[in-house]
Design a protein around this ligand. Sequence first.
Ligand code: ADP
Ligand code: CP
Length: 321
Amino acid sequence: MEKTIVVALGGNAILEKDPTYEAQKAAVERTAKLLVRLVEKGYKVIITHGNGPQVGNLLLQQIAGDSDKTPALPLDSLGAMTQGSIGYWLSNSLAKYLHRAGIHKDVVPVVTQTVVDRNDRAFSRPTKPIGPFYTEEEVDILNLQNPMFVYREDSGRGWRRVVPSPRPVRILEIEGIKSLIDAGQIVIAAGGGGVPVVEQDDELVGVEAVIDKDFTAAKLAEQVHADEFLILTSVGNVYLDFGKPTQREITHIDANALNKLIAKKQFAEGSMLPKVTAAKEFVENVPDGKAIITYLDGLEDFIEHGAGTVITRWPESVPAK
Ligand SMILES: Nc1ncnc2c1ncn2[C@@H]1O[C@H](COP(=O)(O)OP(=O)(O)O)[C@@H](O)[C@H]1O
Ligand SMILES: NC(=O)OP(=O)(O)O
C-alpha cells in the first residue's frame, strides 16, 4: 500500500539568501525536482512550507506604500497571499518535473485556515521571526521609526522582527485535503502554518499572527494519519551539544528520550526546538508513525538509505543501527 508522507519545507527550500523572485523561483525549482523523487517512490505527498521571510518582506512592502491610496493589509491576509505565491511557485515547478518524470498527477495548493485559541498566551509574547535580518544598529533606528514593532536576536543569525505565534488548534480544510489525497492528487496545504483565525460567535476572524509551520505540519500529519512526517531543514541531523566541540548527531531517538533532551534545553528556541517538539507530538499522536528531520540535499539519501534523525514513539520501533 502507498505510504502517506507530510513534508514540511524549511526556509532554504524557498529562499536561501537572495529574496528576489528569480532566486526564490530557482530555489523552488531545485526543491520541486527533489520532491518528485518521493512521488516516483510511490508516496502520497502532502507538502507544507514556511513563509517567515516572505510574509515579513510583504509586510514591509505594504507599509512602504501610500497609506491612503494603497493601505497595508493585515497580517492574516498577507499570510494568505504568501500561501498563494509560494503555492503557485511550487505547483508550477512540480508540474514541470512530474511531467518530465511521466507522472500524471495534479498539484493542488489549498489556501488553508488554522483555528487558534484567542486566549493563547502567545498573543502577548511575540516570538515568531519574520522578514529580513538586521544589525543591532539598524534595529535602534527602526525602533525610533516604529516603537510598536518588537525585534529579537534570531539564533545567532541577526535581529528580526517578531510577531505572535499561537499554537494551531484545528485545520479548517482538513476534510478537503484528505479528499484530494485520496483522489491521488499532490496537495500543498497549511503554508506558513495556515492563516490564523479565531472563532467568534459563528464566524472565523483572521488575527495578526504567524503560526509556526512545523506545529501545523505535525497536526496535518496527525489528521491525515501520515505514515511519515518529514521535516526538511538546513542540517542533515539533529545534534546533541549543537555548535560545541562535543557536538554529535542523533540518528534515532524515541519520544521519551527526546522529551528529556528538550527539558535539558538541548535545542534552540525558534529554530530546532519547534521541529523536535512537532516531531515528538506527531509520534505521540500517531504511535505507528515515524518523523524524520534531515536536509533537502539529503532527501535522496533519506529515500534510499533512511538517512536523517528518525523519531519514533517507542524505543523498540527505533531501527537497529
Ligand atoms: N540541536 C540542534 N541540532 C541541529 N540544528 C540545530 C540545533 N539547534 C539549533 N539548530 C539550528 O536550527 C537550524 C534549523 O532551524 P531553522 O533554520 O529555523 O529552520 P527552517 O529550515 O525551518 O527555516 C539549523 O540550521 C541549525 O543552525
Ligand atoms: N510560518 C513559518 O513557520 O515560517 P518559517 O518556517 O519560514 O519561519
